[in-house]
Design a protein. Structure first.
Length: 442
């Protein structure tokens, strides 16, 4: 199949900036482009045509303003959000002002990015969609993706079920309770021996365990991936930062590994998937971001622009664009100074819950029932059950005392303390313990 001329141009730009990044792309990724069709013609018309004679874009206007239904607008505050802020199409790249603002904040939150260049974030319909977009662009069937054995199940749907990607896992924790660096390195190196590229997903705070690596663990992960790249294997390092910023102990690293991995080695491409979803407590708005960090030969602007155009082309060909209304709400919220204090108040609530959980689950009275996986951040924590299986316990608790937990493995349960008020936490774990004893006694 011949590649579209625009795709060929983008491939040439990427190859000039870093040929290894082009090597990492899937067949779809190399074919992708952002079309110079209606959208680009409409953008040009917005700059040059008279408003009253702009007959390009497929929306309706009235008296040179976005046409709208009063009932729809009655649910919005028009003093803050005009019809054109929410009812019209957004660019497949995302709202320019939001993309700029998010990148500025990436540098503020991640000091290790100082002096580096990264792409403008492209807006996805949440991080789940971002994972699918990444997979389309960079993963062919039978490519390898490396995860710990404690991973978010939806990733299997996005990569393995939809894309036929081969998922390889390693034990996440050592017996002492830290991140299993030896198992991580052994798995990455073993896959590098038989594959020209490896993809490593780094999800911290981790779903389901709520664990974030320490600074020294993060440094060692960075060194391992850099060494593998130096030895000749292309490395895609994907940081799934869905729960970024929800950090409750000083032991947890404060910044994303993306900041350390970006611009690290020509054979290492860092991809950051994050979003407003959890950072701003706006789960249903579905505003996520895809950002690239690479070592680029020459001027990085054209290189990143080509990657952004392929990414936007994928979005254009699947969902057209993420919600304009959601993006406008997030952009305006981020421009409101009060939101940062508001957010800290909510993070403090979650921290108190996490500390209450930690105080509760390590009580010696529970020692015969479960072990506790390390947790210091995020929404969740996990228990390893000693005497019963997770699924029968989940069903029993739901049926007998209306307690909801997640079976996260044969003997693991996940508890979302994010959705349990602090005063109810001891009673919750008492109920889990009682349920275990009831199952033990038949």
């Amino acid at each position: 199949m011949m590649h579209n001329p625009i795709a060929q141009e983008l491939n040439a730009v990427i190859k000039k900036g870093n040929p290894h990044v082009l090597e990492m792309m899937s067949k779809i990724g190399r074919r992708l482009y952002f079309p110079k069709g209606i959208l680009s013609q409409s953008a040009e018309a917005r700059q040059k045509a008279y408003d009253k004679f702009n007959a390009t874009i497929g929306i309706a206007t009235e008296d040179l303003r976005t046409m709208c239904l009063p009932t729809v607008m009655s649910f919005l505050n028009e003093k803050k959000l005009r019809p054109s802020d929410g009812l019209t199409y957004a660019s497949s790249f995302g709202i320019p002002g939001l993309r700029q603002l998010w990148r500025e904040q990436l540098f503020e939150k991640n000091p290790s990015l100082e002096g580096k260049t990264v792409s403008l974030p492209v807006v996805a319909n949440g991080i789940t969609h971002g994972i699918s977009v990444f997979a389309d662009i960079f993963m062919d069937p039978d490519d390898v993706a490396i995860f710990p054995d404690k991973m978010w199940g939806n990733t299997i749907l996005a990569l393995s079920v939809r894309g036929d990607v081969h998922i390889v896992q390693f034990p996440m924790f050592t017996p002492e309770g830290g991140f299993n660096l030896a198992a991580f390195e052994e798995t990455v190196r073993r896959q590098a021996e038989t594959n020209y590229k490896v993809t490593v997903f780094l999800n911290f705070p981790n779903n389901p365990t709520g664990y974030t690596i320490t600074d020294s663990e993060g440094q060692r992960i960075t060194e391992i991936l850099t060494q593998v790249a130096e030895e000749g294997t292309n490395v895609l390092a994907v940081t799934d930062d869905a729960y970024f910023g929800l950090r409750y102990e000083d032991s947890a690293i404060a910044e994303s590994l993306f900041a350390r991995l970006a611009d690290r080695h020509p054979r290492l491409l860092a991809v950051k998937l994050d979003g407003a979803t959890k950072e701003l407590f706006v789960w249903g708005l579905r505003v996520g971001f895809i950002t690239y960090g690479a070592k680029v030969d020459g001027e990085p602007v054209a290189f990143y622009d080509a990657l952004e155009r392929k990414t936007a082309g994928n979005i254009r060909g699947t969902i057209s664009n993420a919600s304009h209304l959601s993006q406008s709400i997030v952009r305006k919220a981020l421009q409101t100074p009060e939101i940062y204090d508001e957010r800290e108040e909510k993070v403090a609530i979650l921290k108190r819950r996490a500390l209450k959980v930690k105080e509760t689950v390590y009580d010696p009275k529970y020692a015969d029932a479960w072990s506790v996986y390390p947790f210091n951040s995020g929404y969740f924590m996990c228990l390893g059950l000693k005497t019963v299986e997770a699924e029968p316990l989940r069903v029993h608790l739901l049926d007998t005392c209306r307690v909801g937990i997640i079976a996260a493995g044969t003997h693991d349960i996940r508890v979302a303390f994010s959705s349990v008020d602090e005063e109810n936490i001891p009673d919750l774990f008492d109920a889990v313990y009682e349920g275990i004893k009831e199952l033990e006694n038949g």
